[in-house]
Design a binder for this molecule. Sequence first.
Ligand code: 13P
Length: 254
Amino acid sequence: MQINRIPFIAGNWKMNMTHLEAIKFVQDLSFEFENKNNCEVCLCPPFTALRSVKNIIDTDKLDFKLGAQNMHWEKSGAFTGEISPEMLSALEVDYVIIGHSERRQYFAETNQTVNKKLKVCFDYNLKPILCVGESLNIRQEGNAIKFVLKQVEECLETIEENKVIEITIAYEPIWAIGTGKTATSQDANEMCGEIRNKIASLYNYQISQTIRIQYGGSVKPSNISELMSMPEIDGALVGGASINVKDFLAIINY
Ligand code: 13P
């Protein structure tokens, strides 16, 4: 059976934009926003701008989803500096990026902490965007597929079928993030296909065809069309180009 997956473009703003800059950005974006591919579009500002972005989305009835970039797995408690799923849910956040490679690299996140975070998302109606991806060394050694599939398996451990369909997986090769080097569309497609096959073996074929898989890593207006023409790639997780109005609009209208 052929399942139609809605294209999903998310902008990960990373640690950029104050809430005031965010308000102006979303206004500028909305003035020129057209969505000729009928994509689902999600904005992931820093925590401090979530409320402001949510207010504009609601007030101006904008067709953007709201996403956070991280969260803790506990509901509340003595975790100085952390943000809980309950807090995100109270802000009516739709999506949350989990296990971004920058979190793994600079903040010691592991497949095990990612797994805990994924599990708690479902209790709070937050849809996770699970990030996986290999380093340059691993790719050069020829172990990229093995490494990424192990990430997928460990991150999804004991997550049930009815929950896993809520997850979007973002394949983001670390060597392509912020470097201007994009994976070839064939390599990106191959990895997304391998991830889909892994989901089929962990769950079933139907689920593997339902789950959306994004590519991330130096996505820009000049490479998005080719990436999106690939059968296994359902969208993009965009970093640098998502904080430039013109570039992000061009990506959405690939
Ligand atoms: P860039 O698009 O800046 O390479 O970042 C990709 C990314 O990390 C999105 O999460």
